[in-house]
Design a protein around this ligand. Structure first.
Ligand SMILES: C[S@@+](CC[C@H](N)C(=O)[O-])C[C@H]1O[C@@H](n2cnc3c(N)ncnc32)[C@H](O)[C@@H]1O
Length: 159
């Protein structure tokens, strides 16, 4: 199985890099895991609604260019559907059973994901109503993907 994270912006903080590297290493026995970073759109602090949409559209086009037609796409969105770790693990197992070997997760930039990206997604997944910084979201998501494989394996990692 191929699991790809398409994310906006570069990861700067060492502590996030280390955490993600650890889970990426653990994931390597279950799947080919990769993170693709697309550039964020430089913008001033204060933007009109139209300017914000423009930024999200530009970042969205970069995200979409990294998604293949065959990819099953999860968009990470605060207003998406919440799952438990067990439900998420079952979904991943079911996707494999039904022949989806390319799963892509997309995480937006500081303003969020464009409508075109949300429309392309097969499903939207929420980690609750809190707004998480996109760098932290990468780490949390990577751990939850690892947890899903451990649940499916029946490992005591998940209690
Ligand atoms: C800083 S947030 C963007 C906040 C923006 N106001 C929004 O509503 O999307 C950056 C990205 O992290 C992801 N994200 C942050 N918190 C999340 C949550 N609770 N559930 C799912 N995704 C989240 C989303 O992909 C979001 O586009």
């Amino acid at each position: 199985m191929n699991i790809k994270l398409v994310v906006v912006g570069k990861l700067k903080e060492k502590y996030f890099k280390q955490g993600i590297a650890e889970y990426a290493k653990r994931l390597s026995r279950f799947c080919k895991f990769q993170i693709i970073e697309v550039p964020d759109e430089k913008a001033p602090e204060s933007l009109s609604r139209a300017e914000m949409t423009d930024v999200m559209d530009k970042e969205g086009s970069r995200i979409l260019s990294k998604i293949k037609d065959r990819d099953y796409v999860y968009a990470l969105a605060i207003l998406g559907k919440e799952r438990s770790s067990e439900q998420f693990a079952k979904e991943i197992a079911d996707l494999t059973t039904y022949g989806h070997s390319d799963i892509t997760f997309v995480i937006g930039g500081s303003l969020g994901l464009s409508q075109r990206v949300l429309d392309r997604a097969d499903t939207q997944i929420s980690f609750g109503k809190f707004t998480l910084p996109h760098q932290l979201m990468r780490l949390v998501l990577t751990e939850q993907i690892y947890r899903a494989f451990m649940i499916n394996e029946g490992s005591p990692y998940h209690k």
